[in-house]
Write a protein that binds this ligand. Sequence first.
Ligand SMILES: [Zn+2]
Length: 381
Amino acid sequence: MTETPELFPASYQAARSRFRDELPRVQARWPAAHLARHAVAGDETTTIDWIEAPATGQQEKLLILTTGEHGIEGYVGAAMLQLFIEAYLPRLAPANTGLLLIHAINPWGMAHRRRTNAANVDLNRTFIWDAGDAPAERLYDATFNPGYDQLMPLLNPRGAVRSLAWSRLAFAARLLRALVTVGPGRLKAITLEGQYRHPQGIYFGGRTVPEETAVLMRLFRAHIARYRQILHLDMHTGYGPRYQMSLVNSRWEPRASTELAQRFAYPLVVKTTPNEFYALRGDMIDWVYTLQREAFPDKQLYATSFEFGAYGDSILAGLRSMRTMVEENRLYWHGVNPPAEARIRDAFAELYAPGDARWRAKAVADAHVAFSGILTAERFA
Ligand SMILES: [Zn+2]
């Protein structure tokens, strides 16, 4: 078993090689397992890699594990994927259980330590259900979330950062004004809901289906079609309390959070409703639920996200994450002076890929509790 510090990869390339090297271990129990990849924009240095393994007998249950939808979050994602392969694959039954294990949905973002893909698109705003009759401009609706525009100077300040202290002072002043004029609840909602018209802005959802999203949609559809019961676990970081991973359920999951907490014997379960989390458009897990409902109504699905919080869940931590997002995006588009750049990059890494040993140990411990609770309750192990 890999020790906790080694579970967390140092680079995208290292994480990818390790994942590819796991194929023989999977094949030992799923002989037909194979590795596949999609080179994003034709570039072999940034590939979405996956291992698919059909059940050896009756195709009853499908386990999907996805990581790195938000690029930089893939470092923790890769750790959890490795943990799952080592500790939980041995508990599954190849006779009736198939696998779809996905390493780095957004490889460019993971390699470049950004949340977005190369076009600044937040992929978790792009899984918009297409019933087959709407043009892309209606799905990726430029008029969605109009409130975002009045917050442009706060969320997307222009120009290079000359002094980090001054830029933070200006941010604090704009933030204070926004808190007074739109209120804290609306401010959070407007920011996180995403937008489809400012390509250099934070939480940009693009103008059409991104390549990475199209690959994932195809994989989900093809695999879910073959099985009766689907369990999908998706790995994220950044949201929630610092030392307690949150299970974040889709708004389409019919069961209440309290019921699921009890069922999985897991202490923190929330749902993406405005009350418990925040509403957004284009969420991947919502899309998987919609796929099940619209295309495979006879199949049983449970899909959820593991959210490993980093800054914490206080109001101040929330505002600090917003500032980190704004600064990192400004750095990317407009540049900063070098000492400020290092501080911004550190703050961003601290939010999405923490290096602290105690944090990592607790993340691994929480993942164990959640993996085993969910696998048992869903009768996968
Ligand atoms: Zn995420």
